[in-house]
Every structure is written in C-alpha cells, then in structure tokens.
Design a protein around this ligand. Structure first.
Ligand code: ZN
Length: 247
C-alpha cells in the first residue's frame, strides 16, 4: 500500500502525464485542476477522522451519556490529578495512552485501570508524521503502543484513537486486520493550544448535550483546571458520564 510520500509522487506523475498528453489542448488546465481538486479532497479527509471517510470511527456517546476521552498520557504531572477529580464526581473516562509514556509510568497506567476507567491505544511514539507512514511502520506504531499497554495491565485493548485524528487507507487496513475500534469525538476542546481557560470552558459547555464525546488531554494543566466545571455542567444537564464503548 502506498504511503503519503508515494501518493504525492504518484500525483505529480499523473499531472505530468496529463500535461504531456493534453499539452496544447483546451482541456489541459481544467483536467489538471480536476486532478488537483480530487487530491486536495482526499488530503482534507485524511485530516478529519470524524468524517468517517476512510474508516468508521465512533464519534458520539450512547443516548443519555457524555464520554470524556483523555489523550496523550500518562503524564506524571497531571494524570493523577485528573483521576482524583473524576473520582470526586464518580465519573469514568477513556484514556488513550501513548506507549512510550506508558513504559515510563506503568504505575499510573495501572492506577487508571484500578480506578475503573477504560484505556485505548494512541500509538507508540505519537510521531508527527504518523499519517505519512507506510503499512509496516504504521502497524509498528499502532500495535507497538497497544502491546506495551496490554503488557502493563494484562488486559486486551480494542480501542484506538489515531494521533491528530488522521485517517487514511493504510490506517484503515491496520484497524481492520487487528480488529480495533476507532474512537473519535464530536467536541474538540483545543485544550493543548487554548491559553484562555474561561473561553475554553465556555466553548465546551456550550456544546455539551446528550451524546457528546469530548476530546481532552490529560497532559495539560488547563484541562485539570476546567475539568471540575465540565463535570458539573454535565451533571447539571442531567446527563451521565459513561465510559462504556457501546455508543
Ligand atoms: Zn494525541
């Protein structure tokens, strides 16, 4: 299967062949534009997991519920604080763990499980070029991360969330082969980039409703600060915070 770089090379080759075959013709530029447009559409959807274009992701909670998904942990500074806040509100969540972090902090991984939360994979290294890897390397990243966490908790993991929400035919093939369930979201908190916690909280609580699935990061101090208010908002709306994955 082609990786991102090979697809780019193929695109330029196709454009080159079209130019060679149609040069001098009136339809040359419309055809070149159409191919470019198709390429941009495919690229756009590769960055949008929640569009379900390349693979089907579970993007919302089951009826009556709100799901909290925490990515990128475990983190020694913040994950335990998040666990304490969740315990105060009797809330359960799903933690999508990075394998290399789990290797460093296995006790936090065990604590997540001991407190009744679910865990999913989030690759071994959370590589910035995850979306461009070939089949072999992408599988090493996805299953490498899952195998590390499975080894720590002695439980099978079936949930996976791709870093940056990328999806493509390579990732879709690995998900199918390994019988994984991909979990997306329908509320993005932007907690890793937003500095204004008040604005961030309002943005999230304005959107919380029946079936919401919120993307958060347990490595972020901002998230620790706003989590109690998110939980209160969910409870005020008489919704349940469910970690179940039959949504
Ligand atoms: Zn991530």
């Amino acid at each position: 299967m082609l990786n991102f770089r090979q697809i780019c090379v193929l695109f330029f080759l196709i454009e080159g062949v079209i130019y060679f075959l149609l040069r001098g013709s009136d339809v040359l530029f419309p055809v070149l534009f159409l191919v470019l447009f198709a390429y941009l559409i495919l690229f756009f959807f590769s960055m949008r997991l929640t569009s379900n274009f390349y693979l089907k992701a579970k993007n919302s909670a089951k009826k009556g519920c709100v799901v909290l998904g925490f990515d990128d942990g475990p983190s020694p500074e913040t994950t335990l604080k998040i666990l304490d806040i969740l315990a105060e509100h009797r809330a359960k969540a799903v933690f999508f763990l990075i394998g290399k972090n789990a290797i460093q902090y296995p006790n936090i991984v065990r604590e997540i499980i001991n407190r009744g939360h679910l865990v999913g994979g989030h690759t071994l290294n959370h590589s910035a070029n995850f979306g461009t890897l070939n089949l072999t390397r992408a599988e090493e990243e996805i299953m490498g991360g899952i195998n590390v966490v499975e080894g720590i908790i002695s439980q099978k993991i079936t949930l996976f969330r791709p870093p940056f929400g990328v999806s493509n035919p390579v990732i879709a093939a690995i998900i199918k082969k390994n019988d994984l369930e991909v979990v997306g979201w329908n509320i993005r908190s932007y907690d890793t980039i937003n500095k204004d916690t008040k604005k961030m909280l309002k943005r999230i609580t304005d959107k919380i409703k029946d079936g919401s699935s919120i993307l958060l990061h347990d490595r972020v101090q901002n998230t620790v600060e706003i989590l109690p208010d998110i939980l209160k908002d969910i409870q005020n709306k008489k919704l349940h915070i469910c970690p179940e994955i039959d949504w």
